[in-house]
Design a protein around this ligand. Structure first.
Ligand code: GLN
Length: 195
């Protein structure tokens, strides 16, 4: 089969690292900023950044409802950090009303924004990740954690007892940033699930 076309939502955040990681994982990677670009991709990566800003831009650019519709329709997606927050069905501590992070609803879970931030802003840890050989070096930057998962959601990794990587069907989310480490196993897991 030919390489799947994977979009990276490029409104804000660490787009470039995901494009590189996806290409190394064997995908055709393109940026998505407009509806026509969203319509063309087989799957989407939502990068880290600031979920409130991304939500605002999604609404401004009339992408919010089309993106929700594609996810509801089963378009596979992978979200890291802010992307994990947006892929949730429910967000705790979403932010100031009117400028809050808006759930897109790909994964049946409640995600708490800046959850680790109350203890320590950013940290790195080697954690076990279900389905990957050996541990993975996980970089957390003002990271969320998952507070509730639905029955169909598989927890793949935990940090400090909290779920930080989850999968529901072909939807994947991590609270950490594998794109910044050079370890392509998480991107490969996602890309291979598309074939
Ligand atoms: N705290 C950010 C948010 O609420 C996420 C941080 C990140 O993506 N590194 O969106």
């Amino acid at each position: 089969m030919s390489a799947p076309t994977v979009g990276v939502l490029a409104l804000q955040g660490d787009t470039r690292e995901h494009l590189a990681a996806l290409r190394e994982a064997g995908a055709e990677a393109v940026t998505v900023r407009r509806l026509v670009e969203l319509e063309r991709v087989d799957a989407l990566v939502i990068p880290g950044g600031e979920s409130t800003t991304m939500s605002h831009l999604l609404r401004e650019l009339d992408l919010l409802e089309p993106l929700r519709a594609r996810l509801a329709d089963g378009m596979p997606a992978y979200g890291s950090c802010a992307g994990m927050i947006l892929l949730a069905s429910e967000i705790a501590d979403a932010g100031v009303p009117g400028r809050e992070a808006l759930p897109l609803g790909g994964i049946d879970m409640t995600v708490r924004r800046n959850a680790f931030g109350r203890q320590v802003d950013s940290f790195e840890d080697d954690i076990d990740f279900n389905g990957l050989d050996g541990s993975i070096h996980a970089v957390f930057i003002r990271a969320p954690w998952v507070e509730r998962v639905g029955a169909d959601v598989e927890v793949l990794a935990r940090a400090a007892g909290h779920p930080v990587a989850v999968r529901q069907g072909r939807m994947l989310a991590t609270a950490f940033h594998p794109e910044v480490t050079g370890d392509r196993r998480v991107h490969r897991l996602f890309v291979e699930s598309l074939r």
